[in-house]
Design a protein. Sequence first.
Length: 384
Amino acid sequence: MIVNIKPSPPMIFGAGASWRTGMVARGLGIRKALCIYDQGMKDTGIAGRIVENLKAAGIQVVCYEGVQPDPPDYIIHEAATFANEENIDGIIGVGGGSVMDATKAVNILTTNPFPITKYFDLGVVQKPGKVLILIPTTAGTGSEVTEFAIVTDTLNNKKVATLGPPTIANQAIIDPELLLGMPASLTAACGMDAFAHAAEALTSSGMNPLSDALAQKAISLIVDNLPAAVKDNNDITALTNMSFAATIAGTAFNSTVTHIGHAMAHTIGAFYHIPHGVGCALALPAVMEFVADTVPEKVRQIGAAMGLSLDKGMAHAELGLAVADAIREFLRKIGIPTLEELSVQREMMALLVPAVMSDMSSYFSPKWGSAEQVYYLMDNMYKY
Ligand SMILES: [Fe+2]
């Protein structure tokens, strides 16, 4: 078997790592930086602290503070226009997945022609952007180490990705202290995004041995630490383990790509604006049942990483259901809301099937589903 293993950017990891941002940026040759974040990061004071740290290293800083969740294409254009007017030589994204994805997309437009929609396809040639540093403030997305930037195409109301080596950061700085005090619902949703990255990486058609090892480790760290991180947002040990899990799950799926669970989450997120990690979490049990007959050993590994004892002689359907039920129980433990609680109408699921089937992530499923099977998967998100 020939496998495709992609590198991660250099990372510095650990409590307090973000205090080195200025030194790292200076070492990468940045003299004038654009710092990108959102209003929430401004309010916490984290963005201001990073900006001061950059200035203390002798770097001139300009800021774009207007990133929105599920970043719309027009925000990317606004920030990139500002970046190009300011003649910056480095870009630093500070925030969760939306901020980091927006930052990566903006960076592409500092050296490539507008609009960002030109790059929503495989094989579109991009030049590398400016020097790019990403600093995650959640433990989930893994965007700091991946070559994907998910942006909302507002014309078609669809989440799409710009991707490829030029999208990836030059440096990731992962500081679990930036997670202190995070709301429990955000910790839970982000943690389940990371869980889904790991479980889908293990079962993707692009699976490889390095990603397998990282994904299994990520799942066991998440099962052991996410409940504690949700319960106590000052538990730095749990937050550190969750940060590490999210980063290695990101490294795993950067090579393998995620698959149908993410296609479902992208679709339901684009239509109902429910948090990405919640969509991933609710899709995952059904996906495990769906792929258990095609990649039973991988589903077994996911169960084992969760601490389940799974009989060797189990039928595939029984195996899929056991792992799916264990995930559902975990979702209840960490307080993931149901689709009913999020006011997503069950009768709308049938209308979303074509969008799920055309989402790029679907192509990496180990098994292709008919429209009826995909409808069943969508409807199964309510079984919780
Ligand atoms: Fe994700």
